[in-house]
Design a protein around this ligand. Structure first.
Ligand SMILES: [Zn+2]
Length: 414
């Protein structure tokens, strides 16, 4: 028997692990609220380490608190194959976003271990730190640090809603996990493959098993601050006001017009706004709002993003505007080596596939800067994600993990 037929994914065990992991930060209606670098995050990581210890995996963390589980290969000098995803969630998240990719990696190496398979290359499962960016923006700080795109301390001064700094939260996490051996960031890597729920409706609506992800559209996040002057709503004449709210509204409308796309491919979102002093009878002296801009074409993303400062500037009547770009992930094309390995694995295991690009960003976008990378999508019921109602069936998850395992076998024996 070859290695493909020897090892079998245990769907029940994988589902049980996922459901047990979802207990860490469980919220009503099957939701999960497990923010990065919290006590809940650490408890979930300890649970993962316990499961991994059953197959003798070596555990380590790096300076960005990414957590690594490693099984050795037969060639001690060979660069490893990486898989994994993230374990943090949105505040009202579901049980599968991120968690699935980590558990799928653990299930794949466990099934291989139980079948007595030793690949040529080592296989490592990673749980990246702070992918979601919901507690500390931006997301993907763990993978950005690991690949050298940004230094680990780039976001030290970013505060969460309680005023806790990212740098302090990271130091706390590393302190609590000081018993876990440290490893350096980066390193030679043969390939990276990440399993994830689709977070969109395409696979389900077309009745397909597996998304072979060909790339990820680019994302740019900005913060706009409009500065005016506070005044009494009853006494200050309109002609003398510097109303930050009104100029912010003009700016958002002008941006929305400038970002219109007849092909409906560009994604432009203003999803967060903060008003100071946020009082019904005061003129606003400061309004801050976010911009999330995405497109699969790098030139278009660059060109549209370049319009933003002048569009905002020309919308100002009496206020001053400041613009900061907080996050940039240019569009990513995944590597033919990994795409072919996923295709081959899906074919070998009898699963239907769809080639697709990802609308959401993922850690794979940053891993791809240092290693051939790719992703495997499984269907998301009704495309629902970042929501407690997120759902993928045990059988669909097992199919994805089967494809992941065979992809890992192929890459780790090459
Ligand atoms: Zn995710």
């Amino acid at each position: 028997m070859d290695q493909v037929t020897q090892a079998a994914i245990n769907s029940d065990r994988q589902w049980r692990w996922l459901m047990e992991l979802a207990e860490f930060g469980a919220i009503p209606d099957n939701g999960v609220n497990r923010q990065a670098l919290t006590a809940l995050d650490r408890a979930a990581r300890r649970q993962l380490i316990e499961w991994a210890s059953e197959i003798g995996a070596t555990v380590s963390i790096d300076e960005a608190a990414n957590l690594w589980l490693r099984v050795e290969g037969s060639d001690p000098t060979a660069a490893p194959v990486l898989t994994g995803s993230h374990m943090d969630s949105q505040p009202k998240g579901g049980r599968f976003d991120g968690a699935y990719g980590v558990i799928a990696g653990l299930e794949a190496i466990t099934a291989m271990h139980q079948a007595g398979i030793v690949t040529k290359r080592p296989i490592e499962v990673v749980a990246w730190t702070n992918e979601e960016g919901s507690r500390f923006a931006p997301g993907c700080t763990g993978s950005m640090s690991w690949c050298g795109f940004k230094p680990v301390h780039e976001w030290d001064d970013v505060k969460d809603a309680d005023g806790i700094f990212y740098g302090a939260a990271l130091a706390t996490q590393l302190g609590f996990e000081s018993d876990i051996p440290r490893r350096p960031l980066g390193g030679p890597v043969h390939a990276y493959v990440e399993a994830h729920i689709e977070q969109g409706p395409l696979l389900e609506s077309e009745g397909l098993d597996i998304g072979v992800v060909t790339g990820i559209q680019g994302s740019r996040w900005f913060t706009v601050t409009i500065e005016g002057e506070s005044a009494h709503a009853g006494t200050a004449p309109l002609s003398l006001r510097r109303d930050a709210m009104l100029d912010a509204v003009r700016a958002i409308q002008a941006l929305s017009d400038a970002m219109a796309d007849p092909d409906d491919v560009l994604r432009f979102t203003v999803g967060r706004i903060a008003v100071s002093p946020n009082s019904s009878n005061s003129v606003a002296d400061r309004v801050t709002f976010s911009i999330d801009l995405r497109h699969p074409n790098a030139d278009i993303l660059t060109a549209r993003g370049a319009l933003i400062p002048s569009v905002i500037q020309s919308a100002m009547t009496v206020c001053d505007a400041r613009l900061v770009e907080n996050f940039t992930a240019m569009p990513t094309d995944f590597h033919p080596l990994v795409i072919a390995a996923v295709e081959h694995a899906a074919k070998a295991t009898g699963h239907s596939i769809k080639h697709m690009a990802s609308g959401a960003f993922h850690d794979a976008q940053f891993a791809s800067r240092v290693a051939p990378a790719g992703m495997i999508f499984v269907p998301s019921h009704k495309g629902i994600s970042h929501n407690p109602a997120e759902y993928t069936s045990p059988a669909q998850l097992a199919a994805g993990t089967q494809v992941l395992m065979h992809t890992l076998l192929r890459l780790a024996n090459s």
